[in-house]
Design a protein around this ligand. Sequence first.
Ligand code: ATP
Length: 365
Amino acid sequence: MSRAPDPRVVTEAITPKGLRIRGLRKVFGEKVVVADFDLDVRPGELVSLLGPSGCGKTTTLRMVAGFLAADAGRIEIDGSDVVRLPPDRRPSAMVFQNYALWPHMSVFKNVAYPLKLRRLPKAEIERRVLGVLELVDLAHHRDSRPATISGGEQQRAALARALVQEPHVLLLDEPLSNLDSKLRVKVREDIRELQQRLGITTVLVTHDQDEALSMSDRVAVMNDGRIEQFSAPDELYDAPRTSFVANFVGQLNTLPGVVTGGRVAPRDGILTCVRPEHTTCVAPGSGDLDGIVRRVVPRGAFQEVVIDLDSSGDEPTGGSTTVRSMAVRPDVSPGQRVGLRLERPMSFRDGARVDSPAPTHTPGR
Ligand code: ATP
């Protein structure tokens, strides 16, 4: 080794740049997979694309990386449109879900690979690779093959291979899905810390709401190829603009009507939704609704109480509605009659929030 590894190599080389997407579209056969897709990611920001399987997250990310041709739209990095450039000519680098490391190459060679393709001088490659291995705490495994290191270490090797390219935009496709749940929490903290330290503009694809909420500056919730809401994590949770977002981010009790006079009364297709942690068990008759406890489910730090509401008789099915309450040791048992206090209710009609400003998606806000 000619020179000591210098983690500042990458830290200093990365200049935060913004990403701007307008009118992105992708159609596979008859199926419109991504449509009218606009997104602004500010320099140094981490934005997640969150949504259920098949909503078009990976397709969007692959178009940004250049692995998939867009049918329409612009993808601007640092103000220039890269939509027609091949992946290796774009100032972005991607970490794949399965890491895509070469099994026959050492960690060092895997990380060096993109620089070798660019025919960088050997000394420059060595300096950058050692710097980035130090940065992801993998210098001691420089000669190991991927199969001989842990899943978390393979993940870091894949991240190092992306960072060594000094990308202006880092693209992460479900980077934690192959790790067990404990390690996942640790690795997501590590990635977020490194991303903030480097100030690297990042887009993360995930279907895991915990991952999106805990790692991101802002989250774009996708449904059927479109963005339903683009907000900071707390706003997404506290002020969802559609019932899809409210349901996808966190749990929700849904009541078929408005709550009035101790019952749920149907009204103009309105649904009243309340989070389980805002649904509190109180003495019968002293809350907004009454019901009977069906089950108490231990969930570790808190308990989940499943309650069958008293049937109002007006409901179309005549059946009862089930709601959930989350609390620390709620002191109720199955069969017990309870009242329920509903705090911070939200109203939706045809999927849209009707007790707050109409849903709008403003890119870059
Ligand atoms: P997941 O979390 O399951 O990866 P996703 O949101 O990333 O889901 P995409 O992988 O972007 O979803 O896929 C969106 C839709 O496009 C799916 O219905 C998928 O079957 C379809 N699709 C993706 N790639 C192709 C392809 N090459 N040819 C045809 N259809 C495709």
